[in-house]
Design a protein around this ligand. Structure first.
Ligand code: PGA
Length: 300
């Protein structure tokens, strides 16, 4: 194993996390043959296969499990080392790894701008993922801070609310209900509704609302992103319910005032319980506390 490189271990770990060579190759920005070669080198060094394939699924062998434990140890040590060095250097350098659910991109990037300008030496990475992949990263302790619309219940985490996330009814400019006040819910139910994909936090909140009100919307189409939904609304395919953040600065869309809306939700910063935060991560929380007037002092 002395010949194994850090990059090879990262490639191996990515395959384990994704359960897929193609998704791991995508994450690592490698071709699949290059990725397979990286893993083959570890496997040769160990002298045993690390994966076995049954049907389309890949499974870790016993040797693979041991190598994966080694990966976790190595990554944790390197992260501790980097954090220690960054702390010694203060905010002049260091990294901040953020991961956020898709809808958060509409405000998080704007929030990040002034923070990055204030600390030009800090290297910030932001992963924008659907909830399921966020959970994978949380499980793998891959990031410093996560932004969720609904903190996961079945993880040992700490979560603090920092911003409102109102879900509103959106239609095309000139829609017959635009401008009306407190439109009865029954009228919304008569409109073709565009919905986010399964696994979307926005969708879960909407489904919960309809379940609670025993209302049955006419779902016309399911689309995989906020942007696709916005374009479909502009194209006249229907109305939708999205976070108000998604329509700031978008021409061609209007908010429709429907009874029971907005659905009040919030954004949360999340970290694994007891995670030691770097100077940079703490500074970022301090910045969020100051910008969003959030109760984040304990993390800053
Ligand atoms: P989504 O999540 O972008 O997956 O819909 C947003 C949320 O949970 O509010």
């Amino acid at each position: 194993m002395k010949r194994a490189t850090f990059r090879q271990l990262r490639a191996f770990d990515a395959i384990v996390r994704h359960g897929s060579f193609s998704r791991a190759a995508e994450e690592m920005h490698l071709t699949q043959p290059t990725l397979s070669m990286q893993v083959k080198k570890i496997s040769n060094a160990v002298g045993l296969p690390l994966f076995e394939q049954i049907g389309k699924k890949i499974y870790l062998t016993d040797a693979g499990r041991v190598v994966h434990e080694l990966c976790q140890d190595v990554f944790a040590s390197v992260a501790r080392f980097e954090m220690g060095v960054a702390d010694l250097k203060g905010l002049k350098t260091g990294g901040l790894r953020l991961a956020a659910v898709t809808t958060a991109e509409f405000f998080l990037l704007r929030l990040l701008g002034p923070f990055c300008n204030r600390h030009p030496g800090v290297d910030v990475s932001l992963e924008i993922l659907n909830r399921e992949r966020m959970l994978e990263r949380l499980r793998a302790n891959a990031d410093d801070i996560y932004v969720f619309g609904q903190p996961p219940l079945d993880f040992d985490i700490e979560a603090i609310r920092f911003l409102e996330n109102p879900l509103v009814v959106i239609g095309p400019k000139g829609h017959r209900l635009a401008g009306a006040r407190n439109v009865p819910l029954a009228q919304l139910l008569g409109e073709p509704l565009l919905m986010r994909e399964h696994g979307s936090g926005t969708r879960t909140a909407i489904e919960q609302f309809f379940a609670e009100t025993a209302a049955r919307p006419k779902v016309k189409m399911e689309l995989g992103s906020n942007e696709a939904i916005k374009q479909a609304i502009i194209g006249g395919l229907g109305v939708s319910i999205l976070s108000r953040h998604t329509i700031e600065d978008t021409a061609g869309l209007v908010e429709i005032d429907v009874e029971g809306f907005p659905l009040v939700r919030h954004w949360y910063v999340v970290r694994p319980a007891g995670k030691k935060m770097s100077v940079v991560a703490r500074a970022f929380c301090g910045y969020l506390a100051e910008t969003c007037a959030a109760e984040l002092s304990a993390w800053a």
